[in-house]
Design a binder for this molecule. Structure first.
Ligand code: DC
Length: 230
């Protein structure tokens, strides 16, 4: 069977994988797909509609009735029922809700189908926690990206401060990062883990241009191996 035309990038929050995935997609001219934004959008909308954040009929009805669209326009990465959620999903409280909703099996199944459909026709860089293990186990190229907890917490704090959230301390963010790692790694369905055939990359000591240069070469080699034309 031929390999799927997907560069699967997984790793914990704040590992730099979003930045790497975005830049790599740009360098190679491929579609960038942020699956975390999908979990965040479902969490934001479920919270707004007062849907119970647990497995059950209410959550199933919510999932059956919404219409999610990804990559709508340059200003709209993601929308549900016509509401542009691209900015709203970046707030600190949405991270917590997303971590909770991502544990619900029906939510994961809904997004698994959504993600597979989205990548059906196009070459893409898809980033998340379970892309190389569950969503596209047959991806031609898999990367697992991480960095030290301190580095990841500092990056997250910078992002929060840049978006105007100045009430959070580094200690709080370190605690949040550890808590989210713990729940991502230990959840029952599709936990965060490195696929056996994924290449491991620690970004703690590397600059972005170095990473993109190395990865572009690597992806080209993997594409050749798989008989795919980038
Ligand atoms: O990458 P992020 O921080 O935007 O992800 C938000 C949450 O969604 C995070 O708690 C992990 C979860 N997630 C997941 O379970 N599976 C994915 N493929 C992507 C994100």
């Amino acid at each position: 069977m031929g390999k799927d035309k997907v560069i699967a990038i997984d790793g914990p929050s704040g590992s730099g994988k979003s930045t790497v995935a975005k830049e790599l997609a740009k360098a190679l001219g491929l579609l960038y797909i942020d699956t975390g934004a999908m979990f965040r959008s479902l969490a934001f909308m479920a919270d707004k509609l007062n849907i119970k954040m647990e497995q059950g009929q209410e959550m199933n009805d919510f999932l059956s009735n919404i219409k999610m669209r990804y990559g709508v326009s340059p200003d709209c990465l993601i929308e549900i029922d016509g509401e542009n959620l691209s900015q709203k999903i970046r707030e600190h409280n949405v991270s917590k809700l997303a971590s909770i909703i991502s544990q619900i099996p029906e939510v994961r199944t809904y997004l698994l189908n959504f993600q597979r459909n989205l990548a059906k026709e196009v070459f893409c860089v898809m980033e998340g926690r379970d892309i190389g293990t569950v969503v596209f186990p047959n991806a031609f190229c898999k990367l697992f990206i991480t960095a030290s907890v301190d580095t990841r917490a500092k990056r997250r704090l910078n992002q929060l401060q840049e978006s105007g959230d100045t009430n959070v301390t580094l200690e709080q963010v370190i605690g949040d990062v550890q808590k989210r790692d713990d729940s991502d790694i230990n959840r029952e369905v599709a936990p965060l883990k490195q696929a056996e055939d994924a290449t491991y990359l620690d970004t703690t000591e590397l600059t972005l241009p170095e990473i993109i240069k190395q990865l572009s070469q690597y992806v080209n080699e993997k594409a050749k191996e798989a008989g795919l034309q980038l």
